[in-house]
Write a protein that binds this ligand. Structure first.
Ligand SMILES: Cc1ncc(C[n+]2csc(CCOP(=O)(O)OP(=O)(O)O)c2C)c(N)n1
Length: 330
């Protein structure tokens, strides 16, 4: 059912809820990294660890009926938007009961009930989907907002440039969240973006844009609050360029990172771990104590353990379901 128009930006999650999302994404990704070499997970898997603050900070500002469109590196977005992690894990393992019936895998996780319009194997493929959702929300007057997550490589696709133009011209309630993790596969941004800010491309089209420290969930949340409020109140699109590097290689099974500087990943893990930075701050400010943190950690570990166990023991999709939920039956 469509919610009535509202200028309220979100059900503001508590600090404990934000931590739970950050920790769940990290635990999910580290566990998939451990499980992948065992050979039971088919298809390509791109891990999001290191970038958790972006998904958690942005989705903290969204209503349950808002939309997100994701990328090939989409687990974090799905978790932050509230997708069930057992159903996600089943999907990764290609099992019946997965979010897409076990037919999509990591790069096609979608859950329309949560407003998750899908991960996407096509670089920038989700951006026009978010645009369409925003257009629909505007026409229906529903007060919903759509977020388009896109990588620094994806922004070099024509679909991204065209989407910026349409969003500006039609004043759509869409927020573009560019995740600059420093690399498109193995090509550094200094080369493929020529060292330029993506934010400048948006401002050139009259779209307000900010560069945000993507390791700082509080900074992301504040920037997202402004952008989402603006969109919801009918003032049109905004863009956030969030900078945070990933911990793992481009994709599982192809984890070599020779294109990164010596010690680069170790330094990021030691100095720019968004979860450690979050914990440093919330413990110093006495917003969470050690017992609360330990309880969340233990409960998340159990959830992920249960998800993996369920996925490993679940049956494959029934052969009778082969031709359901697909666009074309040959
Ligand atoms: C249209 C298209 N061209 C090429 C590819 C191959 N490809 C997969 S991931 C990727 C890099 C994407 O980089 P970025 O958007 O920065 O995301 P990141 O992997 O860094 O998170 C490319 C080129 C693709 N998936 N889609």
């Amino acid at each position: 059912m469509t919610s009535p128009p509202s200028t309220k930006s979100s059900h503001e999650p508590s600090i404990a809820e934000v931590y739970r999302v950050l920790r769940t994404i990290r635990e999910f990704e580290e566990r998939v990294h451990e499980e992948f070499p065992k050979g039971e997970i088919p298809g390509a898997v791109h891990l999001y660890a290191g970038q958790e603050a972006v998904a958690a900070g942005v989705c903290a500002q969204l209503r349950p009926d808002d939309y997100i469109a994701s990328t090939h590196r989409g687990h974090g977005h799905a978790i932050a938007k509230g997708c069930d992690i057992t159903a996600m894990m089943l999907e990764l393992y290609g099992k019946a009961g997965g979010l897409c019936g076990g037919k999509g895998g990591s790069m096609h996780i979608a859950d329309f009930d949560r407003g998750m319009l899908g991960a996407n194997g096509v670089a920038a493929g989700g951006v026009p989907l978010a645009l369409g959702a925003a257009l629909s929300a505007k026409v229906r007057g529903s007060g919903q907002v759509a977020v388009a997550f896109v990588g620094d490589g994806g922004v070099n696709q024509g679909a991204f440039a065209e989407s910026l133009t349409l969003a500006a011209v039609w004043r759509l309630p869409v927020v573009f969240v560019v995740e600059d993790n420093g690399y498109a596969q193995a090509t550094g941004t200094a080369f493929h973006l020529g060292g330029m800010d993506v934010a400048a491309r948006a401002t050139a089209q009259g779209i307000p844009a900010r560069v945000v420290d993507g390791y700082d969930v509080f900074a992301v949340r504040a920037a997202a609050a402004d952008a989402v409020r603006r969109a919801r109140d009918g003032h049109g699109p905004a863009l956030l360029e969030c900078r945070a590097q990933r911990f793992f290689g481009h994709m599982e099974g192809w984890d070599q990172q020779a294109y990164r500087g010596a010690g680069e990943v170790d330094r990021i893990r030691a100095e720019h771990d968004c979860i450690q930075l979050f914990l440093d701050r919330v413990t110093a400010e006495q917003q969470l104590d050690a017992a609360q943190i330990a309880a969340i950690d233990a409960s998340v570990r159990q959830d992920v353990e249960r998800a993996v166990a369920a996925a490993r023991s679940a049956p494959d999709p029934d052969v009778d379901s082969l031709l359901t939920d697909v666009y074309v039956n040959y």
